[in-house]
Write a protein that binds this ligand. Structure first.
Ligand code: IFM
Length: 458
């Protein structure tokens, strides 16, 4: 087989505003839901390993970081706009300082030949939105559309790749329930309410469609889609046909409740059969009527999960990995299976089930733990395991392309060490290591390797 890639392939790296930007109370920014909850003692357990207050301080270092990206031939940088920075207090008052900041960042990226790819919403709801009921409230749809329109109007001349939302399975659904309905929310507002979880899901899908429609109505000339974390749920027992079915059901439950509406204009059967009671009346018809096709679908893949049959409705449950050889070399790849083949299976499944026009791999990467005694200091700079991880996933990508599937981009998570919800700044994903005391940036070997790879393949 030939390992070759299209010359215009988007070789990128990704991050989100709230995970690297810092400056939580500077530049006219308002409170995000995390800024707010992290300061309430009763939610301490979600923030005991740290808050996203200053983290990598990208807000003050973005030009320096963009220089490092350009020196390493990066073709595209995926980032998000902080909604609470753009609209600090409510929907009517835009923060000009923030408009200037993002405009300068996007201009500088373009000047350096790096294509900006922007997520409208990557996990940092303004607290004022949550105070008005968050995504569980119908008003969210209008608020989101207003935010989207403001972003297109202010940045649309510089940004030609847009995503409405990133991993809503985590940030939206998990505000009101555990991902598998096995308990309460793991994200602000940390409630335990299935009706709100499914209503928020439906509202997010509608808000996405409104934002896509608005993009076209405003005559914008780039591409717009959404980013979903879909991954295979392999059967726990290959000898039990019911476990095989459970895997597909779990995919439909976890990722399909977004992918179905976004790509096909309808919810999957598993939602209709088992969870309709938590959805607003007429939800299936409403989604069909609001459906607005996307230009591409983004997929975040890290590792697969497992599923098995369960005798009670909805007849599936998560299962432990029967093959797990824990990969914890030096605290790397914490708690996740190293399985590049899962990327191949995910993209094939996406293509087969939904036939999207274009797929972009919007996140893929591995973490390494910092030394708990010295948490300001970045984990290994000579990160040969991350190179191994990237190489093997990129090899899978070439196999995917050989199948004729239209994948047009691959983004490493993350451009630099990030704040991670629940685990603070302790697990590094970065191509650039960050010293959290001095804010010194040190490109890792993986970034140098990636830079050479990009040069050789474009
Ligand atoms: O850091 C997160 C990101 O915000 C969403 N996708 C998974 C990443 C790694 O945990």
């Amino acid at each position: 087989m030939a390992f070759s890639f299209p010359k215009d392939f988007l070789w990128g790296a990704a991050c989100s505003a709230y995970q690297i930007e810092g400056a939580w109370n500077e530049g006219g920014k308002g409170l995000s839901c995390h800024d707010y909850y992290a300061r309430l003692p009763e939610y301490e357990k979600f923030y005991e390993l740290g808050r996203p207050d200053d983290c990598a301080d990208f807000y003050h270092h973005y030009r320096e970081d963009i220089d490092i990206m350009a020196e390493r031939n990066l073709k595209s940088f995926r980032f998000s706009i902080a909604w609470p920075r753009l609209f600090p207090n409510g929907p009517d008052e835009i923060n000009q300082e923030c408009v200037d900041y993002y405009n300068d960042m996007f201009s500088y990226l373009n000047e350096k030949g790096i294509i900006p790819f922007v997520d409208l919403f990557h996990w940092d709801l303004p607290q004022w939105v949550l105070d008005r009921g968050g995504a569980a409230s119908r008003e969210f749809i209008d608020l989101f559309e207003g935010f989207a329109r403001a972003c297109y109007a202010n940045f649309g001349d510089k940004v030609k790749y847009w995503s409405t939302t990133n991993e809503p399975s985590v940030s939206i659904f998990c505000g009101y329930a555990d991902w598998n309905l096995n308990g309460g929310g793991m994200f602000p507002p940390y409630e335990d309410d299935r009706t709100k979880a499914f209503t928020a899901c439906h509202n997010m899908n509608l808000a996405h469609m409104r934002a896509v429609k608005a993009y076209r109505e405003m005559g914008q000339d780039g591409k717009i889609g959404a980013v979903i974390d879909a991954f295979p749920f392999y059967p726990y027992n290959f000898n039990d046909k019911r476990d095989m079915e459970a895997g597909e059901q779990m995919w439909d439950f976890y990722a399909g409740k977004w992918l179905g509406p976004i790509l096909l204009g309808k919810y999957p059967d598993v939602i209709v059969e088992h969870f309709s009671q938590y959805m607003p009346e007429g939800y299936q018809e409403e989604i069909a009527a609001a459906y607005e096709p996307v230009d591409y679908i983004g997929n975040n893949y890290y590792a697969p999960r497992y599923a098995k049959y369960s005798p009670e409705a909805p007849y599936y449950s998560p299962a432990p990995d029967p093959e797990l050889v824990p990969v914890k070399e030096g605290g790397e790849f914490v708690g996740m299976k190293y399985y590049p083949e899962g990327l191949f299976d995910t993209i094939r499944m996406l293509d087969k089930k939904y036939h999207p026009k274009e797929i972009i791999i919007t996140e893929n990467g591995m973490s390494a733990a910092r030394d708990p005694k010295n948490p300001a200091v970045p984990s290994k700079i000579n990160d040969e395991n991350r190179i191994r991880y990237m190489r093997s996933h990129i090899m899978m990508l070439s196999r995917i392309l050989e199948q004729g599937i239209n994948v047009t981009g691959y983004y490493v998570w993350a451009i630099e060490d990030t704040y991670e919800h629940g685990s603070g700044c302790r697990y590094d994903y970065g191509l650039i290591g960050i010293n959290y005391d001095t804010k010194e940036r040190t490109p890792r070997d993986s970034f140098n390797w990636y830079g050479e790879f990009i040069k050789a393949n474009t």
